[in-house]
Design a protein around this ligand. Structure first.
Ligand code: ADP
Length: 239
């Protein structure tokens, strides 16, 4: 039996309290970061290159550990999480990586199915679930295509389908417009918004100020490792 994700659907999905991250070598990437992302929010984390966005992502995925302060995701204090529970934490965080991270030798179907197979989900369930999520992202007709046969936007939607396969309470998109044509960025943002509308918390990490202004309801701005602004915007109306 596949173990359930360990993330609880708590009212605060992500919280950082007085978080400091100093990398080996002494560089301080984040310093005294305090923020709270609540269930159902659609939030942009905005910052220039080097601001600390990737470090923020790595902390909540537990790829890095805070030097001090507290990182809590879905009610889990990540400084206390057991090593063997980390894969289950990550399963509760659907991440769409900037470079998509698809396996070139697998079709769209297989790429999504693979994420389920590694968690020992029954083949019968996979055969139902994969077409469902591919359909959700508008790729029902591309299940048999390999990544090289898909456009950048389509590859990204396969990555999104894979992120959605375990019905995670949180979806994180890392620079979602970084590797696709500008006109397709509207499409992916609309998909993320639709996912948010059904209750999933969405966090978009980007350096693109205009995108954040246009699509977000809340923009957390990071600069030189600190939260310098946390604004509610009217951008949600763009959908
Ligand atoms: P962003 O994703 O916003 O570009 P990062 O979180 O990658 O920012 O980086 C924040 C700062 O931390 C940068 O100055 C970067 O050079 C530094 N940094 C990131 N990763 C490491 C690392 N593994 N070791 C040392 N310094 C790092």
């Amino acid at each position: 039996m596949a173990k359930k994700p360990i993330i609880a659907d708590s009212s605060v999905m992500i919280s950082l309290t007085k978080v400091k991250k100093v990398y080996p070598g002494g560089h301080t990437a984040l310093d005294n970061v305090n923020l709270e992302i609540r269930r159902g929010e659609f939030v942009f984390v905005l910052g220039h290159s080097g601001a600390g966005k990737s470090t923020f992502l790595k902390l909540i995925l537990r790829e890095e550990v805070a030097t001090s302060g507290r990182v809590v995701v879905g009610g889990r204090d990540l400084s206390r999480i057991r090593q063997r529970d980390i894969p289950y934490l990550r399963r509760g965080l659907g991440v769409v990586f900037q470079d998509f991270r698809l396996i070139p030798s697998m079709t769209a179907f297989e790429n999504v199915a693979f994420a389920m197979r590694v968690t020992n989900i029954a083949e019968r369930e996979i055969k139902k679930r994969v077409p469902y999520v591919l359909n959700l992202v508008g790729l029902a007709g591309k299940a048999r295509n390999y990544p090289a046969e898909l456009s950048g936007g389509e590859q990204q939607r396969v990555a999104l389908a894979r992120a959605l396969v375990h019905s995670p309470p949180i979806i994180i998109a890392d620079e979602p417009t970084g590797n696709i044509d500008p006109e397709l960025s509207v499409e992916i943002m609309e998909l993320l918004k639709a996912i948010n509308m059904v209750g999933t918390t969405v966090v978009v990490v980007t350096h693109e100020h205009d995108l954040a202004q246009r699509f977000s309801e809340r923009i957390i701005t990071i600069d030189h490792g600190a939260v310098v602004a946390d604004d509610q915007t009217k951008g949600g109306g763009a959908f």
